[in-house]
Design a protein around this ligand. Structure first.
Ligand SMILES: Cc1cc2nc3c(=O)[nH]c(=O)nc-3n(C[C@H](O)[C@H](O)[C@H](O)COP(=O)(O)OP(=O)(O)OC[C@H]3O[C@@H](n4cnc5c(N)ncnc54)[C@H](O)[C@@H]3O)c2cc1C
Length: 285
């Protein structure tokens, strides 16, 4: 079935188009790497497709310690930014692992959050960085922590007539993202683990994707890594064990048992990358 493509230049106009439409009538298009599959399969059959490409959201800005990334900036443009790579290596790891370079030329951070996939590689890292989502809508502007924004697969805190304008990361953090897939590219992660070290208590952040209905923080593992304890092998083992308490699922990509083992290994590996970076760039703002 055909549809009309609309590409407004002003965010207010885009929100108005969404607010005045019936549910499902308008589909939002950023890079289209998720949406085009939905159009092709018939899961989505809108009358209009609202393209975000002319909106002023393709930006990347540091404001003191805070990094703000426009929702429609292609992932490849974040990936080639040397400052992002040096100051938030885990974000670079997560982005670099998405699909292929061709895909990253189109895919966006806003689209990844908008799809809210349980197997997203970017949401766990955003959780570990305490990122928040800046939302614009017909009612105005608001900011929501990523942990409260992603509700379930394909379900977010966006209300009718709202769009993601940008994503804010409050500070640069020593960080790492590690994943396991059957194939290294253009495949979905069986497990993804994000670890970051914040400048303030509780210091360590550990987040998990691919195994639960939505990516989640792992507070029990974070508690084992509390800053006043030296990072001994026993502490890392305790964090690794605590991480395996999350609810796991068996699906066509991996069994629960395999995922549980993987999480332990990946948590240990990510902690080592953050705490002993060697040739990895690190730094707080
Ligand atoms: C071959 C292939 C490999 C992939 N590999 C990976 C991978 O390794 N890791 C991974 O995490 N993902 C992967 N993906 C999924 C996908 O590429 C990402 O989720 C991507 O970031 C989506 O961004 P997009 O701009 O293309 O989103 P789009 O397809 O344009 O949009 C996706 C959804 O988000 C909504 N949306 C988009 N932008 C906004 C906005 N600004 N405000 C509100 N809602 C919005 C849209 O309504 C739509 O429902 C892969 C996809 C394919 C096809």
């Amino acid at each position: 079935m055909g549809f009309t493509l609309v590409a407004p230049e002003r965010p207010e106009e885009a929100c108005e188009i969404l607010a005045s439409a019936a549910p499902g009538q308008v589909a939002v298009l950023a890079g289209g790497t998720d949406l085009l599959l939905d159009l092709d399969s018939g899961r989505s059959h809108p009358d209009r497709v609202l393209s975000l490409r002319r909106l002023p959201w393709r930006s990347l800005q540091w404001n003191g310690p805070t990094l703000t990334i426009g929702s429609t900036l292609p992932l490849s443009e974040i990936e080639v930014d040397p400052v992002v790579r040096a100051r938030i290596p885990g974000l670079w790891d997560a982005i670099h692992g998405v699909g292929s370079l061709q895909l990253r030329h189109r895919a966006t951070l806003g689209g990844n959050l908008g799809r809210a996939s349980p197997t997203s590689d970017l949401i766990p890292m955003l959780l570990a960085l305490d990122a928040s989502v800046e939302i614009v809508g017909v009612q105005g502007i608001r900011s929501v922590p990523v942990d409260e924004f992603v509700l379930a697969s394909r379900s977010t805190a966006l209300r009718v007539g709202e769009l993601i304008a940008s994503i804010s990361i409050p500070e640069a953090r020593p960080s790492a993202y590690v994943w396991q897939r059957v194939r290294p590219s253009n495949d979905i992660s069986q497990v993804g683990v994000a670890v970051a070290r914040a400048s303030r208590a509780p210091f360590w952040r550990v987040a998990l994707g691919g195994v639960t209905p939505r990516p989640v923080r792992l507070p029990e593992a974070e508690r084992e890594l509390r800053a006043e304890r030296p990072l001994t092998p026993e502490v890392v083992r305790a964090a690794e064990a605590a991480a395996t308490h999350a609810p796991f699922a068996t699906d066509k990509r991996a069994t629960e048992t395999y995922r549980r083992q993987l999480v332990g290994v990946l948590v240990r590996r990510a902690i080592a990358m953050v705490s002993a970076p060697l040739d990895r760039p690190v730094g707080w703002a």
